[in-house]
Design a protein around this ligand. Structure first.
Ligand code: F6P
Length: 342
């Protein structure tokens, strides 16, 4: 039997286990393949860290958050002899082809390896929904649900105390979570990374809301930057893993609102709660469909491709196209939402 490897790379995301389950079940039951899991993203094939994926291993994981394989942001192109080490692991383990489930970075590596003769199929994953080649990624719907629920809860406490509440959601480069949770939660200001924001403008909306005796809710993406304020927020520092530190725009903005309007305000940073726990039904279905179609591509020998959602259909795009561009929120989508801010 042909052996197939599967890995999950980058930040985790609700729905990863649903992909792993679909790949394993269809791979075994329909195509008679043997499925091998690589642990911890690209570190798995680099260091030969494997686990068997049989029918029993994928029982009762459909609704489980995280990834049973573990993940990492390890990039073989930044390791000495990375590509050679991956190739030799695949040979030693008798792995014919790989399914790589990941975001921009993981798929970028998949694209590179594909160019060097490694047979690989990609599956898109990110809660940020910022991969251009697919209409949606699984994990996004779950993150929006979690953020919306938080906004609903924060609104009642904000109103009890006549406070402004700033909710900081994830999204370094794209404000999709901010826009969608802001619309769903009825936010009074929505700020994304695509366009610098004016603090005075935010305060005008805050005051207007207070004048009407309601508590304002401001949803801000972690990557949003105030006019002239990038130096304050984007420290340029990196943590010990090399990630750029974001400066806490939500906390900063709440303090500015308090000082400038004289109204009490609080900030809540939702952070990794948006990535944890069980996926929504929508994300389970999308992840499952991606998994099923990825195995088809692999069985047909259609390598160097990524599965993607276009409208309601699952299609294949080249890994090159998949990683070419980020999908940010068009500014008109924020402008359009302003009709609802007051
Ligand atoms: O890409 C997904 C994401 O959750 C971003 O929204 C966020 O900026 C980043 O990952 C956080 O990364 P980490 O898990 O390394 O803290």
């Amino acid at each position: 039997t042909e052996r197939v490897g599967v890995l999950t790379g980058g930040g985790d995301c609700p729905g990863l286990n649903a992909v792993i389950r679909a790949v394993t079940r269809k791979g075994i039951e329909v195509y008679g393949k043997e499925i091998v899991g690589f642990r911890s993203g690209w570190r798995g094939p680099l260091e030969g860290l494997t686990m068997p994926l049989g029918l029993d291993e994928v029982e009762r994981i459909l609704d489980r958050g995280g990834t049973i394989l573990g993940s990492s942001r390890t990039n073989p192109y930044k390791e000495a002899d990375g590509v050679e080490r991956i190739k030799s692991t695949l040979e030693e383990q008798g792995i014919e082809a790989l399914i790589a489930i990941g975001g921009e970075d993981t798929l970028g590596v998949a694209h590179g390896l594909s160019g060097e003769g490694v047979p690989v199929v990609g599956v898109p994953k990110t809660i940020d929904n910022d991969l251009d080649a697919t209409d949606y990624t699984f994990g996004f719907d779950t993150a929006v649900h979690i953020a919306t629920e938080a906004i609903d809860r924060l609104r009642t406490t904000a109103e009890s105390h006549h406070r402004a509440l700033v909710v900081e959601v994830m999204g370094r480069h794209a404000g999709w979570i901010a826009l969608h949770s802001g619309l769903a939660g009825g936010a009074n200001v929505i700020l994304g990374p695509e366009q610098r924001f004016s603090v005075d403008w935010v305060c005008d909306w805050v005051l207007r809301r207070f004048e009407r005796q309601y508590a304002p809710i401001i949803v801000v993406a972690e990557g949003a930057v105030p006019e002239g304020g990038s130096e304050v927020l984007q420290t340029g520092e990196r943590d010990s893993f090399g990630h750029v530190r974001l400066g806490g725009v939500g906390t900063w903005l709440a303090e500015e609102i308090s000082q400038r309007t004289g109204n009490e305000s609080r900030a809540v940073v939702l952070g990794h709660t948006q990535r944890g726990g069980t996926p929504t039904a929508y994300d389970r279905v999308l992840a499952t469909r991606f998994g099923l179609h990825a195995v088809d591509a692999l069985a047909e020998g259609d390598f160097g491709k990524m599965v993607a959602l276009r409208g309601t259909e699952i299609v294949r795009v080249s890994l090159e196209e998949a990683t070419a561009e980020l999908k940010t929120v068009p500014v008109r989508r924020y402008t359009e939402a302003q009709a609802l801010f007051g």
